[in-house]
Design a binder for this molecule. Structure first.
Ligand code: KG4
Ligand code: ZN
Length: 334
């Protein structure tokens, strides 16, 4: 009999549900919450409310698209941490209720572990051990993966995440939230060497992006004093230069991690791995240094339930189930 698992992701501002059957993702429905755009960032209370509205139709659609009846489900998985607590509670309560009603086991998934395992949804998959640079709106980590469920963070940001660096830079440029994809878009036609932003000297494999944000702020203030139309006239070059620096900070640490560990299986994950500059730089470095590189398909890079589903599949195989007393947590290590 095939094993069907329903997975739910509700850690931030995407309500998503996916069905995985014997390790193969059959559906991945994502409802984006546009309500936050006017506030320039995710408003936690509004996110919880939108999850509550979206969760039933999103789950119904995921089951329908997969052609799986609710009664045939073998387990239900949910994102336990990290994330906005009110948002996580919606997914976890829904999953618990369904687990009770259907008398099927519950699987609790760590969102950051799931971002890494997004690389296992489709072929080719990385071989173990591999390194994964996980870059999202809330996290920037280099993770050493020994097996699907055995991972160690060997480097992380000391302040802002890479996604925040993109979004905050975009805000300074007057672009709407989330600005990361817009910086990426304008950077396409810009000169990445026109403006030089400083690269922080952080020891080891850790990152820092707060200095860059300050440097961009002063740079813009100085130029706009002389020419109020500076940003508008130079938007593409500024975006390309900002992106170039964020990407170089990320890639340089990844090169260091690869040299220190001797690992040449290199993956990226998380929302920022959708960035074209990062994807190109990874491929170029990879070709130069003899890496095998892995980048998930776009829909598996940003928050989605398919990555929760693939993680749940490995947990199902390992018999790693959660009790009804499992509590979501805003922050938790893995
Ligand atoms: O993983 P994700 O969807 O959500 C979190 O768990 O945070 O990542 C969202 C982040 C946002 O900061 C967004 O601006 C950034 O990923 N992002 C991008 C791109 N697409 C999404 N940043 C740069 N370039 C992109 N193309
Ligand atoms: Zn995420």
């Amino acid at each position: 009999m095939p094993v069907h698992i329903l997975a739910i992701e509700s850690s931030c501002d995407e309500t998503s549900a996916a069905v995985i059957t014997d390790g193969k993702v059959l559906s991945n429905i994502i409802a984006n919450q546009t309500v936050h755009e006017q506030y320039g960032g995710v408003v936690p209370e509004l996110a919880s409310r939108a999850h509550q509205e979206n969760i039933v139709p999103v789950v119904d659609q995921a089951l329908k698209q997969a052609g799986v009846d609710r009664k045939d489900l073998n387990a239900i998985a949910f994102t336990q941490s990290p994330g906005l607590i009110g948002a996580l509670l919606v997914g976890s309560c829904f999953a618990k209720a369904l687990s009770l009603a259907l008398e099927i086991p519950l699987i609790a998934v760590h969102h950051m572990q799931a971002h890494v395992l997004a690389n296992f949804i489709e072929d080719p998959k990385p071989a173990f051990p591999f390194l994964c640079l996980t870059v999202s709106g809330g996290h920037t980590q280099i993770v050493l993966c020994e097996s699907p469920l055995s991972m160690k963070v060997i480097g992380e940001t000391l302040d802002d995440a890479a996604g925040e660096a993109f979004d905050k830079s975009a805000k300074l440029l007057g672009l709407p939230y989330p600005g990361g994809p817009l910086i990426d878009k304008y950077a396409q036609t810009g000169d990445p060497r026109r403006f030089r932003f400083p690269e922080p000297q952080i020891p080891g494999l850790n990152f820092s992006f707060s200095g860059l944000k300050t440097a961009i702020l002063y740079f813009l203030q100085q130029h706009q004093l002389q020419d109020p139309g500076f940003v508008q006239a130079n938007l593409a070059d500024i975006c390309a230069s900002v992106q170039e620096r964020i990407v170089s900070i990320l890639i340089n640490k990844l090169v260091k991690a690869s040299k220190e560990t001797g690992i040449k299986e290199i993956a990226i994950a998380g929302g920022v791995s959708a960035n074209k500059g990062l994807r190109n730089a990874l491929q170029q470095q990879g070709a130069k240094l003899g890496w095998n590189t892995y980048i998930p398909k776009f829909e598996y890079c940003t928050d989605n339930a398919a990555m929760i589903a693939i993680t749940a599949w490995y947990k199902y195989l390992a018999g790693d189930f959660a009790g009804l007393d499992a509590v979501p947590s805003a922050r938790a290590a893995f």
